[in-house]
Design a protein around this ligand. Sequence first.
Ligand code: GLU
Length: 459
Amino acid sequence: MASKYGAVVQESLDALLQDDSFMPNFSGEERELAFDSLEAILSTPNQIQKSFLRVPMENGKILRIPAFRVQHNNALGPYKGGVRFHESVDEDEVVNLATLMTLKNALHEVPFGGGKGGVVINPREYSEKELHTISKKYVHYFSDILGPDKDIPAPDVGTGEREMDWMMGEFKSIHPGQPYRGSFTGKSHLNGGSLGRREATGKGVYYTFRYMMHDFINDNKDWFEKNENLFAKTAMEHYKRDLTFGIQGFGNVGSVAALEAYNCNYIKTKVVAVSDRNVTLYHSDGLDINALVKYTSENDGDLPTSDEALSQNGIEADIRDREDVLYLDTDVLILAALEDQIHEDNMEKVKARLIIEGANGPITMKADDYLSQNGVLIVPDILANAGGVIVSYLEWLQGRETQFYSEEEVNTMLLKKMKETMDQVFPQFFNDPFPLRQNCYMHSVMKLSNTLYRHGKLY
Ligand code: GLU
């Protein structure tokens, strides 16, 4: 099955086919064949596994719950990617997300391939005991294909430290005497998880924005001032200005990115809107993000939904529809909820000129084209939200070495890695007429192609 991202991979390969300096050993018909081979490898997963987990409920009923593990590509290392618990999970979605993981790891030179898993449930409808059984069954059904050197799951939408701890425990029981610490990442610290892993994605998302709009422009100011590139102009319009933020999603990614923006000393930022599955909260002078984080931590992750709850907690905000965050007149929009949030039917209503993708695939291809043509600078998922998998890699390393890093060390390594990637990608991006997504894909596809060629896979 070709993934949704197959088209962008194809575009990158088409561009590389024309570039004679790329893979110069191939020419003529041989070159076309090698590129066909690359296209086939990168646009299809190596393996799709589906199972129905048989789970006894507390009321005595037995459910058969569909579950997936997709292993997209492992040219660069063991498959790596989260397990999602969500009612909208289906095979296509997991294939798409696994493809993104391959591209994300390649872009940031994390030595992993791409994989993804999913279980079709709304975790809010299950008791803790039932979720424990579902997590264990997931490992049980896929135990042959998982492992520290094969395929390493991590948290994703609807899963977190608790589920990873349960899953690693089950993996250890199924494979006695084998290394297990690196079998799952995103575990609790007490169970071998890395300090800073929970915050890593949100921190990385905000850092990408800050690095681009502050450090990178500062270091290249003269060049930016002369630059006629559409996206460089968008960036300059927002440089050294007070910026307002809207943040869709207030979970692990959105709330941490909101805190980073709220506490940022580099750029004058004001988070004027945040949203979750129920509401958008808006305040033109800026929301009290500390108070909102405290509230959600005490209320099952949900933002306040009534004026009463707001005033009892001393929070000033207007309550709006949950989608409104997308259409408010903010400078920056961070998308940290689910995929396909901006699409053909609502793309014209989006006013923000800078969009950062904290979630995977939050903008459809059509909407992406439309916004990019209008000069909206979109920082794509594979660049912006890689903090999670980067710190997962550090966790995996710490598990192997049984040596643990301080939170400060983890954060320093995280930001260094993200900076290195941006330093590779930005100079070309701000010179080319192509959107940043395409630029990032080109980098990933180049890296993967070179590796596949050296592995002798392009026959
Ligand atoms: N689920 C996260 C992602 O989409 C993290 C994956 C990982 O840490 O392996 O990047």
